[in-house]
Design a protein around this ligand. Structure first.
Ligand SMILES: NC(=O)c1ccc[n+]([C@@H]2O[C@H](COP(=O)([O-])OP(=O)(O)OC[C@H]3O[C@@H](n4cnc5c(N)ncnc54)[C@H](OP(=O)(O)O)[C@@H]3O)[C@@H](O)[C@H]2O)c1
Length: 285
């Protein structure tokens, strides 16, 4: 069997090693070519997607949690409300003095929403969560954490005590009936309530001009791609600088065998953490 020289990359981040392997025989319709020379490229040495201070597990948790608020807030209408993103000229801190309520601050989506809202300057940043998550959420930028188990009437009263300016934008990272009702009641006329699941309020025009929009938090949708490309650059920098923190992650053991138990755990409910599976850990039996 004739062999050829090859350069192996045993794993990501490792050194190239020289070796040999069999020269494959071309199938009908294929041709065998001899490589005489190859130009070296910067792409061969640069390290992308992930900043060095982030594990693969943390990196895996980011985008799905980050995109909903990013799209709802900064994408062009009707996908979002077209605010200036914090990486654009004049966008950082631009919305100082505008209050925001984020339902479900401890949810993965909520944690990223709090951090982006803080970069945008919203103040106060009011969120609802179990109070044992208060320290975590204050560290992410929330200014007030309200007990998520309060009845809606008490919760609405507490928010109203905290805001002075009209609540023109509310983001609901939970989007069950109760949170949507509270969000809609708190919203100022003409404001927007962004929900991450099917809207259950505001389906009939009540003359208030309140908008309820369901966010599709994906940068892969054609209208969101340009925003996603610029966010990817800013997000990498913010993660590196510690301006955005990844979610807490919990690795479900067993690699791909962990997917089903992980989904069952997700259905039972997780608290301020993102479940992650690592396919290379899969053991074949
Ligand atoms: N539309 C989209 O593009 C999109 C994209 C991603 C996710 N989603 C949706 O967004 C939602 C959140 O996803 P996720 O991954 O962030 O969820 P998650 O992290 O699994 O959410 C769990 C967290 O939600 C908190 N929570 C539950 N009920 C609450 C309530 N009534 N008020 C306040 N907090 C409450 C829990 O609090 P405790 O800690 O107190 O238990 C827990 O910390 C899901 O419904 C998901 O399907 C939508």
């Amino acid at each position: 069997m004739s062999t050829q020289k090859v350069l192996w990359l045993p794993k990501i981040g490792a050194q190239f090693t020289l070796g040999r392997n069999a020269i494959p025989e071309p199938s009908p319709g294929e041709a065998r070519v001899t490589l005489k020379a190859s130009a070296l490229n910067h792409m061969d040495i640069k390290e992308y997607p992930i900043p060095p201070n982030l594990s693969y597990e943390e990196a895996a948790s980011i985008l799905i949690a980050f995109a909903p608020f990013a799209v709802a807030t900064y994408a062009q209408r009707p996908q979002g409300i077209a605010l200036t993103p914090p990486f654009e000229e004049g966008g950082l801190g631009k919305y100082a003095g505008r209050p925001i309520v984020i339902f479900g601050g401890a949810a993965s989506v909520g944690q990223q929403a709090i951090q982006l809202a803080t970069l945008s300057g919203f103040s106060p940043v009011i969120t609802t969560a179990s109070l044992h998550h208060e320290d975590l959420l204050l560290s992410l930028g929330a200014t007030h954490v309200i007990d998520r188990k309060l009845p809606n009437g008490a919760l609405i009263k507490r928010v109203r005590e905290l805001v002075v300016a009209p609540l023109g934008y509310i983001f609901d990272a939970v989007s069950i009936k109760d949170t949507q009702h509270a969000g809609y009641a708190l919203l100022a006329p003409g404001g927007t309530l962004a929900v991450v699941g099917p809207p259950q309020v505001g389906r009939e025009d009540d003359g208030s001009g309140k908008q309820v929009t369901m966010v599709l938090g994906s940068f892969h949708l054609p209208p969101n791609r340009a925003l996603g490309a610029t966010f990817a650059i800013a997000l990498t920098r913010w993660l590196q600088e510690g301006k955005i923190k990844s979610n807490r992650v919990e690795v479900v053991p067993g690699g791909l065998n962990g997917v089903m138990p992980g989904l069952r755990q997700l259905a039972r409910g997780v608290s301020a953490t993102k479940l992650v599976v690592c396919p290379p850990e899969t053991i074949y039996v």
